[in-house]
Write a protein of this length. Structure first.
Length: 141
């Protein structure tokens, strides 16, 4: 199956997660930071993908609570299109509604100090793991 890269695409940060080579388990990677209004770090993602021999990209798709696409959804799809075009690899989208809430709850359950629990990059990485793991589980089923 090869490795997959999960992406939680945000205005300030991109949470990242990578699967093991067998496509069973997602694990967090360091978060990429971006400046608001600046282009998404496509080149950094491509370099990471080459370094880790990524075969597939899985991006969280931000739908509203009713399941409808928004302006932000269009931005995420545009990023995914650029990634697919420049890498030549498939890009899949996963509904990410409430992923951040689940990630925050998971991090709180770890018993970390409040300052560590509330670090946004930790939550973004956990969200990327949840996005990728849900896709891995679904593709194996």
């Amino acid at each position: 199956m090869g490795r997959s890269l999960g992406i939680d695409f945000g205005e300030r940060r991109l949470g990242l997660a990578m699967s093991d080579p067998s496509g069973m388990i997602a694990q967090p990677l360091p978060v990429l930071t971006r400046r608001i209004g600046k282009r998404a770090p496509v080149q950094a993602i491509l370099e990471l993908a080459q370094q880790h021999e990524i075969e597939t990209f899985v991006i969280g798709l931000p739908l509203d609570l009713a399941g409808e696409e928004t302006a932000w959804t269009a931005e995420v799809r545009s990023f995914g299109d650029k990634l697919a075009q420049r890498s030549g690899k498939p890009v899949y989208y996963v509904d990410e509604r409430l992923t951040s809430v689940r990630a925050e709850r998971t991090i709180r359950s770890l018993g970390l100090k409040k300052s560590e629990r509330e670090r946004k990059d930790r939550i973004d990485a956990a969200s990327a793991v949840l996005i990728l793991q849900s896709w891995l589980d679904r593709t194996r089923a």
